[in-house]
Design a protein around this ligand. Structure first.
Ligand code: AMP
Ligand code: ZN
Length: 140
């Protein structure tokens, strides 16, 4: 199933070009057109879906199956020291293209990409309350 207004669905359908890295019948990986580092790659399910929580667990596991080999080839090809695997879900989290996608971003020491991780400390008791609330909503 595809969304006619979705740029990634158009790439999957071959209506818009991409630099393909890997493809199987469910998954496509291609170079990001606006990379934050050289080799920045996107991994997308061929079936249109918006966010991780809207995606069939089987499709998520298909993505998980290809990630290790893709990450290894990207790391090796780019001579990267490491890489980020990340997925923005929802506009508030920075998602611009509303077709679920996983970024693989090769990193080098002191490359200046994402050099801040804004962490904080919970006040007493709050972490336990949050963990409980999340567990109560879990459908697994
Ligand atoms: P996000 O902010 O997580 O939604 O990321 C969307 C990503 O899609 C950005 O990194 C864009 O550079 C990338 N992108 C948008 N259009 C294209 C395209 N036609 N081909 C490849 N990457 C694209
Ligand atoms: Zn789509």
């Amino acid at each position: 199933m595809s969304d006619h207004n979705c740029i990634f669905c158009k790439i999957i359908a071959g209506q818009i070009p991409c630099l393909k890295i890997y493809e199987n019948d469910r998954i496509l990986a291609f170079l990001d057109i606006g990379p934050v580092s050289e080799g920045h790659t996107l991994v997308v399910p061929k079936k249109h879906t918006t966010c991780v929580d809207q995606t069939d667990p089987e499709i998520m596991s298909e993505i998980g199956k290809v990630l290790p080999a893709l990450a290894a080839s990207i790391r090796e090809a780019m001579g990267a020291d490491g890489y980020n695997v990340l997925c923005n879900n929802g506009a508030s989290a920075g998602q611009v293209v509303e077709h679920m996608h996983v970024h693989i971003i090769p990193r080098k020491v002191n490359d200046g990409v994402f050099n801040q991780w804004p962490s904080f400390q919970y006040p007493d008791g709050k972490a336990a309350a949050i963990a409980e609330k999340i567990q109560q909503n879990l459908t697994l």
